[in-house]
Design a protein around this ligand. Structure first.
Ligand code: DC
Length: 233
């Protein structure tokens, strides 16, 4: 059992997994249920990707994207509905969800120095949360907070995840096939990159959400967190 108050770093619930597994929804519920700050690390990679695209920097150019980090400030402001994202002080919450930014975020995230910069920023952000954080991403339980007391790895079949992504995209979405194809390509890159590939931490609780309803997934996640925080149980 871990007592958040006695932990040397803030109490961290790490939520990792591929796109469309339900991470953001589960993280938002856990944050509200347990009074934790909700930090969506993917939004930080998205903000850097947006800056690269806007400035004509090739997302695959490791040196150029790394140089960009030296003059970039990314802030996450957790709200009830998700994170507000500030890029160099300007709100880009809507822009970072565009499909070309989504693809570029996965591409900038393969570069080692970019990841090191992100990890340092994410640890600093978590340090500002006195009550603890739910941090969501791909490498939270393996790299950012390998000693997090609670680690949940959410997964689902590619078909289920693609279907959810298509529904979330609404009427502006490309075809179902295009959404699924983009997601598969991003998955392949996120899982096969050399630096911090998407894998479950050895001590993560794996939850396959393929045939679970959202309330069922949320209930499972709440039970996992409650088991580690006696005062919340
Ligand atoms: O969670 P998301 O879809 O917003 O993430 C966008 C991209 O950022 C994802 O394809 C991979 C990358 N990412 C990462 O490499 N590590 C994280 N902790 C979070 C996201």
């Amino acid at each position: 059992m871990t007592d958040p108050a006695a932990a040397p770093h803030p109490f961290v619930v790490a939520i990792d997994g591929p796109a469309g597994a339900g991470k953001s929804t589960v993280a938002a519920h856990l944050a509200s249920r347990f009074g934790l700050l909700n930090l969506e690390t993917g939004a930080m990679y998205r903000a850097l990707a947006l800056k690269a695209l806007r400035g004509g920097t090739d997302p695959d150019d490791a040196a150029a994207v790394t140089a960009l980090t030296h003059t970039t400030r990314i802030e996450l402001q957790p709200q009830a509905t998700g994170n507000r994202v500030l890029l160099d002080g300007v709100d880009v919450t809507g822009e970072v969800r565009m499909s070309e930014v989504t693809a570029a975020a996965s591409r900038v995230s393969v570069h080692g120095p970019v990841r090191e910069w992100m990890v340092a920023a994410q640890r600093a952000l978590a340090g500002t949360a006195s009550s603890g954080v739910v941090m969501e991403g791909r490498d939270i339980g393996t790299v950012v907070f390998p000693d997090a007391p609670v680690k949940i790895f959410l997964d689902a079949s590619p078909e289920a995840r693609g279907e959810r992504r298509f529904e979330q995209a609404g009427p502006a979405a490309a075809s179902r096939e295009a959404v699924v194809q983009d997601m598969r390509e991003r998955d392949r890159r996120d899982r096969s990159r050399e630096q911090s590939p998407l894998v479950p931490a050895p001590d993560a609780v794996l939850v396959d959400t393929t045939s679970l309803s959202l309330p069922e997934v949320v209930a499972m996640a709440e039970a996992i967190v409650a088991a580690h925080t006696p005062q919340h149980a």
